[in-house]
Design a protein around this ligand. Structure first.
Ligand SMILES: Nc1nc2c(c(=O)[nH]1)N[C@H]1C(S)=C(S)[C@@H](COP(=O)(O)O)O[C@H]1N2
Ligand SMILES: [Mo]
Length: 465
């Protein structure tokens, strides 16, 4: 917060800022007036131009955040994209050989080569497997077989750049009859997604990712659940309270299983905490340097009150001693096709610190948490990147190790600007936990025309600290 104020105040005294001092990095709506007259009288100093000021703020914020956004890059530098733009992906190609599914099935290992099938196409992905951003184990599940059923789950693969990359590894066709029988069935894992509010701007359908318009963020201190951004990596799990259980384990050993009622027996705490995705504002960063990943505006952040049991109370009941372990891992109940859950972890010192207020939350803004935001229980870790605030919590594991999840190990990490997909080594970089202070002007939005009144224009925005 202080950081943000300094940046703005350096350039003009006409700036007033309403903010609230709050715990736990809530998103604070601010509104302010630029005095246009004062601006123009000092016009020689271009730093006083309101857009320069905004740019200065944005630049400082962006450079502070820049480190965190590496995961936004994609594999496109490693493999040339765009060469196959005019090809209908997976279509029959007369110039290539036809293989039977049996032949293809034998190509499921490094020795024989690793082949996969997409529609009519056969692809040799042997050299790509190690470079697969989602991990070699995931793509290996399709070795010698069709990739299509996996892409009904990881449906974000069904886009031009990825299909074009696949097409660059094309070696043949499968027969017409084989092509019909292996194609993805309509047993769509996304058929039971919750209803969503129309105002959300969709960045990805499957998995669902969406944000509210920026101007709505400043309308209320607490973001209504229906307008709170949504960031899923997998289909929303269907959870029945009759069977729902939260498992507590130390390494591989289950210690206890709690029903929702058991969690509600712990003292109930209510805190205010903003949750922000590490990818928030990526669309602005993409203007500085080409990147890939979901193109979030400023809306991949929301502020809510959260109620639930404190994780430290639950862990104290297990007799956990901080010195014996290093991390607390969370597993969601959202599953990928290999049977792996979404997962993340936080350092045990934070989990056990009563002042850190890490919650096993069952309410958001005073209501049971909705399906999109983690029903019935989600981890709320104030001040820590969205990715560690695990939804649909199914298991808490006290461990010497960080979560083995790809989202802890191979994503959501920070790198220096000189790192790109050609030289990245995920094992050498720490997982993101805390995020820096960020602020954004939400209204007016870029290119808006604004009325000048008494030589002032009205500006509204948010700060998270
Ligand atoms: N189980 C589970 N938890 C999850 C995710 C997920 O896909 N599955 N996404 C994470 C990410 S990256 C973010 S930014 C936040 C988004 O929370 P929201 O959808 O409630 O805004 O949830 C985090 N927790
Ligand atoms: Mo995220």
């Amino acid at each position: 917060m202080a950081f943000h104020l300094k940046t703005l105040c350096k350039h003009g005294r006409s700036y007033t800022l309403k903010s609230r001092i709050l715990l736990h990095r809530p998103a604070t709506a601010f509104s302010s007036y630029y005095n246009e007259k004062e601006q123009s009288s000092q016009n020689e100093n271009s730093n006083n131009d309101p857009f320069r000021r905004y740019a200065a703020t944005a630049a400082v914020t962006l450079s502070a955040l820049g480190l965190y956004f590496f995961h936004a890059l994609d594999i496109e530098k490693v493999y040339a994209f765009g060469k196959h733009k005019n090809v209908e992906y997976g279509a029959l190609r007369e110039d290539l050989k036809t293989y039977t599914m049996e032949e293809i099935g034998r190509h499921d290992n490094k020795r024989t080569g690793i082949w996969i099938v997409y529609k009519h196409g056969v692809y040799d992905i042997t050299d790509f497997v190690e470079k697969h951003p989602g991990g070699s184990d995931k793509i290996m599940m399709a070795a010698g077989a069709s990739i299509e059923p996996f892409w009904t789950i990881f449906a974000n693969h069904n886009k031009d750049d990825i299909l074009s990359l696949l097409e660059s590894m094309r070696i043949g066709n499968i027969s017409e009859s084989d092509a019909k029988s292996h194609s993805a069935d309509d047993n769509d894992p996304y058929r039971n997604e919750p209803q969503r509010h129309k105002a959300l701007k969709i960045n990805g359908q499957k998995p669902f990712c969406a944000e509210p318009p920026a101007s709505l963020l400043v309308e209320s201190f607490y973001t209504p659940a229906e307008l709170f951004y949504v960031r899923h990596h997998l289909p929303v799990p269907e959870i029945d309270l009759k069977t729902y259980e939260l498992e507590l384990a130390v390494e591989e050993n289950t210690q206890k299983v709690l029903k929702l009622e058991d969690i509600k027996k712990y003292p109930k705490y209510t805190i205010t905490s903003a949750v922000m995705c590490a990818g928030n504002r990526r669309s602005e960063m993409a203007k500085a340097k080409p990147l890939k990943g979901l193109s979030w505006g400023v809306g991949a952040v929301g502020n809510a009150s959260w109620s639930g049991a404190r994780l430290c109370d639950v862990l104290n009941d297990l007799g956990i001693k901080e010195d014996d372990y290093n991390h607390v891992q969370f597993e969601g109940l959202d599953l990928d096709p290999s049977g792996t859950y979404y997962g993340a972890s936080i350092p045990i010192s934070r989990a056990l610190d009563p002042r850190a207020d890490v919650l096993l939350a069952y309410e958001m803004n005073g209501q049971p948490i909705s399906r999109d935001h983690g029903f019935p229980i989600r981890a709320i870790v104030p001040g820590v990147v969205g990715a560690r605030n695990v939804k649909w919590l199914g298991k808490v594991i006290i461990s010497k190790e960080e979560s083995p999840s790809q989202w802890q190990q191979r994503d959501y990490k920070g790198f220096s600007p000189s790192t790109d997909w050609n030289n990245v080594d995920f094992s050498k970089s720490p997982a993101i936990q805390e995020l820096p202070v960020i602020s954004a002007i939400c209204s007016p939005e870029p290119m808006d025309k604004v009325p000048v009144k008494d030589n002032k224009i009205s500006v509204k925005g948010i700060t998270i600290f």
